[in-house]
Design a protein around this ligand. Structure first.
Ligand SMILES: Nc1nc2c(c(=O)[nH]1)N[C@H]1C(S)=C(S)[C@@H](COP(=O)(O)OP(=O)(O)OC[C@H]3O[C@@H](n4cnc5c(=O)[nH]c(N)nc54)[C@H](O)[C@@H]3O)O[C@H]1N2
Ligand SMILES: Nc1nc2c(c(=O)[nH]1)N[C@H]1C(S)=C(S)[C@@H](COP(=O)(O)OP(=O)(O)OC[C@H]3O[C@@H](n4cnc5c(=O)[nH]c(N)nc54)[C@H](O)[C@@H]3O)O[C@H]1N2
Ligand SMILES: [Mo]
Length: 769
């Protein structure tokens, strides 16, 4: 189906942004045949009177730039506004067995889904159905099933209105099975921050970037995955604020940036140096690195005591606001430097250099992403970041705080309005009082639990509100066969993907509007809301004409399914909510008054409104009312293999995104910043490891998971690329590598799959392992 251009590797020596970015945007607008609608839409992107970018969750400023979008946001817009269509004629032509042979890229490249479709097992094809029939038949199926056997997945994009309705639908039906993409992403944050500082989300806002005097960056690839943040970083650097980065790879966006919206920068060789210190930490070495920094701070503080100079630690803050300091410092003092160096892959000198800058800064922010959360000890990792901040009182003052960079554009908001498997995290009393049904009391299934349930047959039905579950989850080679035992699979989507192609006994594909499109109910365009990474809630409106008359809003689809499924008892007027989204917002404000009071007026203010975040006011909503220092139990973020063992033949593999994808959506086969073009089937390795293991750069190898040998997990052949990465570490792309990731290999407590630490061995394609 797809002709791969010849692959090519050439180290990228330019800054991120700049002409490379402009060129890449034009190419996708052209290919998606989106030059008609997309340029006009781009002017509305992330604007107060426009729509929220469908790409990342980074904050949208109240005073936006003339063009408030980035290369990847523009690609996401073009992808959604494509004039290509995957219509009933397409499905008549291709059977599912045939489509399963297509690549992810080829599937989505067919364009937008336009009609509700039902799978017909006799012809192995999707056939057009009507909305009325689809709702009726799905409702009948759901009514006949045990609610505990049905999973309601959400992928992080749907609006606050849709998400609120979706979780009520699931709960009124009798299920708390509400896994979310967050379960594969920042759940380590939600668990770790809640326990340490009493809130599940970050504490900083955009204003803090204007006041900070030092920024630390851990495991987040800003240039590809949240490029609009480069504007804040560029401003920070103009004030000569140091940025200290910990990342196994020298990511371009963390090194240099040219603002593509600045004519001066585009026409001169000027670029901004982003990171002032760059530490290529070993994969899984962050806890050891932070322990080293903490150790250096304690040593500086001891010296200060000795010399009678001012303390390095903020003892007043520690005494008034925290607990656990003694146990934490005892742990840190007990670690020796040789161990910390070995485990972090960094020298004592490098860690002391970072500590010195930290110690002399008054307002420090820590920014982080998947490099921290997607590890076996991802929760402990997040808590180590908090420990470092607490040592000098860097939470709850302007310019300081913790900044997890969320993934999907409304993933944080979905949690805020009740998408969670844990009923303890929702206001059950208010829901029961207002909507006339009982919330099931027991905990439902998160993503990993749902996968286990599909494998062992407990899960019988799956509703997907967006996403590409079967590609995003771990252990995909084991999951795909099990998936086909499902009784029911309903997918609400904008484009065709692999999750739509593995038939359950009954299966529907329901096409929805994207959020760039105008959502009219009874002829009236509706507003919708989202919450960004900084806890800011905005209202938006679509600006492009819908892709076709048959496509429905996600809100309508949820209402339609709920009306067809729910028996008596639930007092929600789904039809009224469907007709006027302001009624849904009124209901949200009734259930969550502290956050959403007066929502209708506040959401329209430029830049939206901030949800109250207690920790940012130094109120700690923890059981003891204090922020918690949490000592790690181990320095190894992933203790399935011993990283420090000499001459291992096992590499620690991280699975990451290229600059040409949004999660499982592959825009193209180039990763400009990492210098790869024409292929995604590569493994990045250190030159010494290539030689040591008896291979050569350019050679094709198979990758096999090195834990749990009883189950063979293998992908390949992939081409070896010699790359600037710490020895013992390797990198390759997600989702191609997902068959390698055992389902049980997830973070303790948060159950986030440890996608950044898969132990692998390499072999030649034809040898047996
Ligand atoms: N264009 C684009 N934007 C996106 C997405 C996309 O796919 N494409 N996805 C969205 C989503 S859902 C999410 S969650 C975010 C993801 O955005 P990121 O959090 O940036 O996720 P990854 O691309 O997986 O890359 C993680 C980074 O962590 C580094 N890393 C890996 N292991 C370690 C480690 O052990 N320690 C440290 N310090 N660093 C490590 C990697 O080198 C890489 O730079 O982006 C969102 N935005
Ligand atoms: N190995 C490995 N695995 C990972 C990760 C990793 O770093 N490594 N990252 C994990 C992370 S952080 C995440 S968030 C998950 C992502 O997992 P998902 O959220 O499940 O996956 P996406 O690729 O974002 O989903 C893409 C699909 O969403 C649909 N879609 C797009 N827009 C809309 C819309 O507006 N409405 C609806 N209804 N559908 C829409 C389209 O049909 C598209 O095919 O993957 C996780 N998996
Ligand atoms: Mo994510």
């Amino acid at each position: 189906m797809l002709i791969y251009p010849k692959s090519h590797f050439q180290p990228y020596t330019h800054a991120s942004g700049g002409w490379g970015s402009a060129h890449s945007v034009m190419r996708i607008l052209w290919r998606e045949q989106a030059l008609g609608k997309a340029p006009a839409a781009l002017l509305k992107q992330n604007k107060p009177d426009g729509f929220a970018c469908v790409s990342c969750a980074w904050a949208k400023p109240g005073r936006p730039h003339a063009l408030e979008f980035c290369e990847n946001g523009a690609k996401a817009t073009a992808w959604e506004l494509t004039s290509l269509k995957t219509d009933p004629a397409f499905f008549a032509e291709h059977s599912l067995s045939e489509l399963r042979e297509w690549s992810d890229y080829a599937l989505e490249q067919q364009g937008r889904l336009t009609h509700p479709m039902r799978y017909d097992p006799i012809t192995d094809r999707y056939r057009e159905t009507s909305w009325a029939e689809a709702y009726r038949d799905i409702g009948a199926q759901l009514k006949a099933m045990d609610p505990n056997s049905v999973v309601f997945y959400a992928s992080g994009r749907a609006s606050l209105e849709t998400s609120f309705m979706y979780q009520l639908f699931a709960r009124a039906y009798g299920s708390n099975n509400l896994p979310d993409s967050s379960n594969m992403c920042h759940e380590s944050t939600s668990v770790g921050l809640q326990e340490s500082i009493g809130v599940p989300v970050g504490t900083v806002t955009l204003d803090d970037f204007e006041h900070t005097d030092c920024l630390f960056f851990f495991g987040q690839n800003v240039g590809s995955n949240s490029p609009r943040m480069l504007h804040q970083l560029q401003d920070v650097r103009r004030r000569d604020v140091p940025i200290i980065t910990f990342n196994p790879l020298r990511e371009r966006g963390l090194e240099r940036f040219v603002n593509p919206q600045s004519p001066r920068e585009m026409l001169t060789p000027a670029s901004t140096l982003i990171s002032t210190q760059y530490h290529q930490v070993a994969i899984g070495g962050d806890t050891a690195a932070i322990t080293g920094i903490a150790k250096a701070l304690l040593a500086m503080d001891d010296q200060a005591t000795e010399h009678g100079t001012p303390a390095v630690l903020d003892y007043d803050f520690i005494a008034r606001h925290t607990e656990g300091f003694e146990a934490f410092t005892t742990y840190v003092r007990g670690c020796d430097w040789a161990q910390l160096e070995r485990q972090s892959g960094l020298t004592r000198g490098a860690l002391e250099a970072a500590a010195t800058v930290y110690a002399r800064s008054q307002r420090v922010m820590l920014v982080y992403g998947m490099g921290i959360t997607q590890h076996r000890h991802g929760v402990a990792n997040v808590q180590m970041l908090v420990n470092l901040l607490l040592m000098r009182g860097n939470i709850g003052k302007p310019g300081a705080g913790i900044c997890p960079v969320r993934g999907h554009s409304n993933v944080q908001g979905q949690r805020t309005v009740g998408i969670t498997e844990d009923p303890k995290k929702v206001p059950v009393d208010l829901i029961e009082q207002h909507f006339g049904f009982s919330v099931p009391p027991h905990k439902g299934l998160c993503t990993v639990d749902a996968c286990e349930g599909i494998l062992d047959g407990r899960v019988r039905g799956f509703i997907g509100l967006g996403g590409n579950f079967l590609r995003a989850i771990p252990d995909t080679s084991r999951m795909e066969p099990a998936w086909q035992n499902l009784q029911l699979n309903v997918q609400v989507a904008t484009k065709l993907n692999r999750t739509h192609l593995l038939p359950a006994r009954a299966m529907w594909l329901l096409p929805c509007l994207g959020r760039i499109e105008i959502d009219r109910q009874n002829g009236v365009p509706q507003l919708y809301t989202t919450e960004d990474s900084t806890g800011c809630i905005h209202s938006w409106r679509g600006s492009a004409e819908p892709v076709g008359p048959q496509v429905r809003a996600e809100t309508s689809i949820v209402a339609g399914l709920a009306m067809a499924t729910l028996a008596n008892g639930c007092t929600i007027d789904w039809q009224a909510w469907n007709d006027d989204y302001s009624r849904v917002r009124t209901a949200i404000a009734t259930i969550y008054p502290k956050i959403f009071h007066d929502m209708e007026t506040r959401m329209a203010e430029p830049g939206g409104f901030h949800r109250p975040i207690a920790a940012a006011q130094r109120q700690w909503e923890t059981p003891s009312g204090k922020a918690q220092f949490v000592a790690p139990v181990t320095l190894a973020e992933d203790d399935d293999v011993n990283l420090a063992e000499p001459d291992r033949d096992v590499l620690q593999l991280m699975t990451l995104r290229s600059n040409d994808q949004f999660n499982t959506t592959i825009y193209g086969f180039d990763d400009r910043f990492r210098g790869v073009s024409g292929t995604r089937e590569v493994i990045f390795m250190h030159a010494n490891d290539i030689v040591r293991l008896g291979f050569a750069a350019g050679q094709q190898v198979m990758l096999t998971t090195a834990i749990e040998p009883a189950v063979k997990r293998q992908v390949g052949p992939f081409e070896i690329i010699a790359y600037d990465i710490p020895e013992g570490c390797a990198a390759a792309y997600y989702p191609e590598c997902n068959p390698l990731l055992p389902l049980w290999h997830h973070a303790e407590r948060s159950k986030v799959p440890a996608a950044k630490s898969v132990p692998v061995r390499l072999s030649l394609p034809h040898s047996s392992v």
